[in-house]
Design a protein around this ligand. Sequence first.
Ligand SMILES: Nc1ncnc2c1ncn2[C@@H]1O[C@H](COP(=O)(O)OP(=O)(O)OP(=O)(O)O)[C@@H](O)[C@H]1O
Ligand SMILES: [Mg+2]
Length: 253
Amino acid sequence: MGRVSIKNVSRIFKKENKSGTEALQNVSFDVEDGEFVCLLGPSGCGKTTLLRIIAGLETQTSGDITLNGVSITGPDPKRGMVFQQYSLFPWRTVIDNVTFGLEMQGIDKAESRRSVEKYIELVGLKQFKNSYPYELSGGMQQRAAIARALANEPEVLLMDEPFGALDAQTRNILQDELLRIWEQRHVTFIFVTHSVDEAVVLSDRIVVMTARPGKIKEIVEVDLPRPRSRTSPEVNRLRDRVLKLLQEERFKR
Ligand SMILES: Nc1ncnc2c1ncn2[C@@H]1O[C@H](COP(=O)(O)OP(=O)(O)OP(=O)(O)O)[C@@H](O)[C@H]1O
Ligand SMILES: [Mg+2]
């Protein structure tokens, strides 16, 4: 179960003798168990900050975030994170990267290796499980990072522009794969992207944020059956609507 509730979250980054940066202002929204939510907003509006607070890697200045009713106070394997930059350990093979979280929990190496096989297979890296990150393409490295996050059996997966550095074609393939994984495993997704197309193809709802300080501008429902065509009239209509919301924010700065 992975229900996330964000209530009046603000974050100000203070600098000595200076007024500081207000990154987030009174952000509130809920993400239902098993929901796929995308966060979209101008650069610097606090998306990464919000994700890091949900992950427990950063703290809010005020407000509260709960997972299944319990306040978040620090990192927990129940909340997995996948970053934009490839974040695998270069000295570990794919399988040893994927087992990392389990080893940290004290599970022995042989058992960890056995239990992660299914995740490596799920992301299509079976043939490369003994390869090092430098032997993989960018898309394959992100697949390995997704397998590593899934191996902890998280209730919530937090993804910060995980496909941002990939070419358009690889990106489309990984989006389809991610949806397949989401349908097979019961995980709540909070996914940050700059791509309106990506948000419309992936999400149940799109949380559009304002320019800094980041507030909720609008929450757009994407009530379309999956798999979605990337070019249907309904998808185009939604894309136009979200683009318009983002454009309004561009001229505010
Ligand atoms: N550790 C920090 N110390 C000081 N300021 C910070 C810190 N982290 C973020 N900020 C500031 O908070 C604001 C929001 O940053 P954040 O990285 O969350 O934005 P973002 O929406 O993820 O942007 P982008 O789309 O470019 O990734 C920015 O003005 C940034 O300078
Ligand atoms: Mg960011």
